[in-house]
Design a protein around this ligand. Structure first.
Ligand code: CP
Ligand code: NVA
Length: 307
């Protein structure tokens, strides 16, 4: 089993399925007022170079609920690359705490932290990937449609969310149709890796520039912001470019049975309309809730005694 949770494709499918089962169980236990103290006395450091609501709160609350605690590190405090190297930060943290969650711009920084750390490192989002989000997303899909049968359409920017959905779907053998403008297709390297995994897992991956084609008859319509954290200067151009990819009532007319998903935060009126985000088919708050349960399962698997 890998030490770290940096990229879904590093993990064997059966391990990911087991984590999803445990996430479902932890949610049921929580509903019944039970919180197993499986990480009693454990400490998790959390390093965020970018803003966060969901990832920060769910990791911190998750650690508390499992009997441990979390320590928030701010980039100006730690100074990776200015005060000391990622490797030196990782080596020090490894002597004090049981795990590290890191959200960075560059994916390489998370890889460097993982390489040098002797403790598990969990990717809390990079410009390349957001694997914890996808575990919560798959848990959320499975609450509505058997995951293996679900046709998932991703519409919008071929960026970190698209990449992690691709690798997650490819590893687990799911159906994912990705619709992006030609100028913002997913990384060819990630696509190649996903296609190689799909050949072994039986995943059905589809690529398109046409959002209507991608969502036709699907079970899930998934979107993400057009301007991700760090891209704010491109915002006006992106609003123009991605306009045909908005998830709105007209697009959903072609997917009458679909649930709507978004990792949040949403830029209301850009990639998704208020009407859809707040509508009856939106399951975005279930996704946000499941960050907690899915990450508790990840934390148990990586930091727990049976790792
Ligand atoms: N979806 C997500 O990762 O949210 P935050 O950026 O608020 O953590
Ligand atoms: N693509 C978005 C995801 C936020 C959870 C970003 O990177 O800002």
């Amino acid at each position: 089993m890998p030490k770290d949770f940096v990229c879904l494709a590093d993990w064997p499918a059966q391990e990911l399925w087991a984590m999803l089962d445990r996430a479902r169980e932890l949610k049921q236990l929580d509903r019944a007022g039970q919180r197993p103290q499986t990480l009693q006395g454990c400490a998790l450091a959390m390093f965020f170079e970018k803003p966060s609501l969901r990832t920060h709160v769910t990791f911190e609350a998750g650690m508390t609920q499992l009997g441990g605690n979390a320590i928030l590190l701010r980039p100006e405090q730690v100074g990776i690359g200015t005060r000391e190297s990622a490797a030196d930060v990782a080596r020090n943290l490894s002597r004090w705490v049981d795990g590290l969650v890191a959200r960075t711009f560059s994916h390489t920084v998370v890889e460097e932290l993982a390489e040098a750390a002797t403790i598990p490192v969990i990717n809390g989002l990079t410009d390349l990937l957001h694997p914890c989000q996808v575990m919560a997303d798959f848990q959320t899909v499975a609450e509505r449609v058997p995951l293996k049968d679900a046709a998932i359409a991703y519409v919008g920017d071929g960026f970190n969310m698209a990449h992690s959905l691709m690798l997650g779907a490819a590893t687990l053998g799911l159906e994912l149709r990705v619709a992006t403008p030609t100028s913002h297709r997913p990384s060819p390297r990630i696509r190649k890796r996903a296609e190689a995994l799909a050949a072994a897992s039986g995943a059905r991956l589809g690529w398109s520039e046409d959002p209507r084609e991608a969502v036709a008859g699907c079970d899930i319509v998934y979107t993400d912001v057009w301007t991700s954290m760090g891209q704010e200067e491109e915002s006006a151009r992106r609003r123009q470019l991605f306009a045909p990819y908005q998830v709105n009532a007209a697009l959903l007319a072609g997917a009458p049975d679909a649930w709507v998903m978004h990792c949040l935060p949403a830029h209301r009126g850009e990639e998704i309309t208020d009407e859809v985000l707040d509508g009856e088919r939106s399951i975005v708050l279930d996704q946000a809730e499941n960050r907690l349960h899915a990450q508790k399962a990840i934390l148990e698997r990586l930091l727990g005694p049976e790792r």
